[in-house]
Design a binder for this molecule. Sequence first.
Ligand code: SF4
Length: 477
Amino acid sequence: MAERHLRFVSASHDAIENAPLRGLLGHVTARFGERRAAAAGSVPDWEALRERARQIKAEALARLDHYAVEFERQVVARGGKVHWAATAEEARAQVQRIAAARGATKLVKSKSMVSEEVHLNDFITRAGVTPVETDLGEYIIQLAGEKPSHIIAPALHKSRGEVAKLFEEHLGLPYTDDVEQLTAAARQRLREEFCAAGLGVSGANFAVAETGTIVIVENEGNARLSTSVPRVHVALVGIEKIIPRATDLAVFLTLLPRNATGQPMSSYVSFITGPRRKDELDGPDEVHVVLVDNGRTKLLADAAAREALSCIRCGACLNVCPVYRTIGGHAYGPVYAGPIGALVSPYLDPQSSPPDLPFVSSLCGACASVCPVKIDIPSVLVHLRRKTMDGTLKVEPLPERRRWRAGMRLWAAAMSSSAGYRIAFGVLRRGLKSFTRDGRIAKLPGPFAGWTEVRDFPVPAPKTFRELWKEEKRGRR
Ligand code: SF4
């Protein structure tokens, strides 16, 4: 049954009718977009940097086997341990094994999309370990029992009032929507959690093969505390995060903060290369890196889609996507939403991916135009559409849509010959004219009614392009 398809359709409709949510989405994504444009515009060689980033990622993916082994060698040489996880189950079981071996009953976690992808929190809670999110946005949605709705702004869908109510209910804070008081309350509670946790779990923005270094970019300082206060640090790292050299960071650390939040640089950039050394004051006694595959090698094997693994999770494609800006992140289903989610989710989370994902795009190209690593998102979407239709993309099949198919066949026939095109558009223009009242088309019938539900349909131009062209030619003679 088309269970996920139906859930997706229903969740999208709910989101469209949720006016406060649409207001938040419009406001926040527009602000991110403006900041990104200003920050990118201030770097003279921005386009050259994007091209260099694309090349580095392509190089890393082409030799991922080599760079992954080199990364492991360097981590081990600096006193860390590397664990390989082929699946989500293996990844979360690995974290649980490390926690059990150290007798940890609480872990603090900085923002990590991989940990969301493998559903670490639910699993580790059932195993008797309490996970505490320490990124403010993640902390808010953990209190609400929800999942992130945006890659870099997980609680984007929550209003200030909703956060105030959550803090009142869960932290016992008298109701206030004063942002400073709310963040101070979270900060105080989280400081206690950092000290009580036996394990710190993080993700990674980059993993440098040359040096075995984990690089984490953040604004709140919670990732630095999560990785240095508990005695044991576990980094959950998707294998696609590996880059060849430390010097490559000059490119990515210029692009990522500007493209994500419009900042020239994030407040904190942490470089973690093995556990604390004898002469160092801070840092964990143990560093474990769990290298997660979970569908990534399948995506890598698909030559026409593999560039999706270049993503550095800046979130910019979500902010400019007309679909994401209308329905938000939760409607998509899997943890990765928006244009990049439509590319990677069928591989990384096929169990919760609706078959609609490659189709929920107007292919306008806005996503590709802002992508800092130049992923050709529309082309990969078209490729995945083809795979969905021929059944080679392993997701729930789309329900049979006979009327849609018949319509597309008619459309194809009309578009394949000059005569068919002329006749079809002649009929269409006459049909549209019959619905024109007072110079506007405010209501279309039957299956076309959706076009006029919330706006007018454009009135056909008085003359077609062909008619104008003929007139032009006659005038020249
Ligand atoms: S696909 Fe590109 S724009 Fe979208 S999140 Fe990834 S890096 Fe950013």
